[in-house]
Design a protein around this ligand. Structure first.
Ligand SMILES: *Cc1c(COP(=O)(O)O)cnc(C)c1O
Length: 401
């Protein structure tokens, strides 16, 4: 993967050759996130999109506090989806004016914490609005709310669809006028709309189309809003290439599309800031998962590299986190990254299940026991999205380098 260079045959992560980094970490398996790559990605995105677009980090992609701390200093806001994430974002020093809290099942205690913190709540039901009215009264602090809209369209070609049709997320567009009336009647501080149509999309045209439709829908709904729109969160969905044949997302058309929407918003919703919220696009490519080969076995002609970590730490790479057809993440042997001698091998974890597969019959540098298997594109939906207790192995360590 071109974002990491190779020095003396070793992959370099965060400026350190991999065996030295492993020694520094003191154990395998581990995740390592490269600080410079996080910075570079945000800078590239800022350069490609109009300056007025606000960038938010959806921290569920990687909630490691140190990562959130770096991201809080680079982007304009943090999007959280639980009180636990809210705590990490606040601890990281995120600007409360630009923290927003979405999620289909917010507990009353979480709503109260969010109102007290002063963050924006993306409300997803009539229940939340009623609860917020009571909480606002108790605290003497009007809740800041945006309405998460379940749109009447989908983001085409997404890895995961999160809007359109029947969904547990947000409030159906056709019910939003009634909800807006309730927000007005209860005296909550209405600030805007949140639309999130889908995730992991590599087609710029599909993203532009969803942004256009989201804008149009928000503009129509704004006619019934009790106050001017201050934040219009158009979602994200920017994907990263994981599998052979996948091409990087082309940012140029997205930048042009957003520039056009900003121009319209200047007259149609003059107080609105347009927001894009991204998770994996910021962090996914900056991270690697590193696990050591414990055993090398040949079973009826097939080479198995049995490693000290697997799906218990990296469910996504095993293919069990939403993939319909399992495909290999990019993998290498990090301490022999440019070795001439190669062989077809499968990297499997230590769990007693055939699902524990990190690489299925891949062409890899020929490995030995003690070598380091590296899974690229692992900065998002890794440690926190994996069943670490399954089979009782030791937990994974995460480092930011
Ligand atoms: C998960 C999620 C995101 C982040 O998705 P990515 O694919 O990681 O960019 C953004 N917004 C909302 C509302 C989400 O649920």
């Amino acid at each position: 993967m071109s974002q990491f260079r190779i020095e003396q045959g070793e992959l370099v992560v965060g400026g350190l050759q991999l065996t030295r980094l492993a020694a520094r970490v003191g154990q395998t398996p581990f995740y390592a996130y490269d600080r410079e790559l996080l910075k570079r990605r945000v800078a590239e995105l800022r350069a490609a999109l109009p300056k007025a677009i606000k960038l938010h980090y959806a921290m569920k992609a990687n909630p490691m506090p140190a990562v959130v701390g770096v991201m809080a200093g680079l982007v304009d806001g943090i999007d959280v989806a639980s009180a636990g994430e809210l705590k990490v974002a606040l601890d990281a020093g995120a600007d409360v004016a630009e923290v927003s809290f979405a999620g289909p099942g917010k507990r009353e205690a979480e709503l109260r914490q969010a109102v007290a913190a002063g963050v924006l709540l993306n409300v997803e039901s009539f229940r939340e609005v009623e609860l917020l009215a009571g909480i606002s009264k108790d605290l003497g602090l009007p809740a800041r709310v945006a309405v998460r809209v379940n749109p009447d369209f989908e983001l085409k070609g997404s890895g995961m669809r999160m809007g359109g049709g029947p969904k547990q997320f947000g409030v159906d567009a056709e019910l939003v006028p009634e909800l807006l009336a309730r927000i007005g009647a209860l005296g909550l501080a209405f600030e805007g709309f949140h639309l999130f149509a889908g995730s992991q999309n590599l087609k710029a045209e599909a993203i532009c189309e969803a942004q256009q439709k989201s804008y149009e829908l928000a503009l129509r709904l704004a006619a019934d809003a009790p106050a001017p729109v201050r934040f219009l969160n158009l979602g994200g969905g920017f994907g990263i290439p994981y599998f052979p044949g996948e091409e990087r997302l082309d940012l140029a058309p997205i930048g042009a599309n957003l520039a056009q929407l900003l121009e319209r918003a200047a007259t149609e919703m003059p107080e609105a800031h347009l927001v894009i919220e991204l998770g994996r696009y910021f962090v996914g490519e900056a991270g690697v998962y590193v696990t050591r080969v414990l055993d090398k076995k040949v079973s009826r002609g097939q080479v198995y590299l049995v490693t000290d970590g697997g799906l218990n730490h990296h469910l996504s790479a095993s293919g069990n986190f939403g993939q319909v057809v399992r495909k290999n993440y990019p993998v290498t042997i990090g301490n022999r990254a440019d070795a001439a001698q190669r062989e077809v091998a499968s990297a499997v974890g230590p769990l007693c299940t055939p699902l524990d597969l990190l690489a299925d019959k891949m062409d890899l540098p020929a490995a030995r026991e003690g070598d380091l298997v590296v899974v690229f594109q692992s900065g998002a939906y890794g440690a926190s999205a994996s069943p670490q207790d399954f089979l009782g192995h030791a937990g994974v360590v995460e480092v930011l380098v």
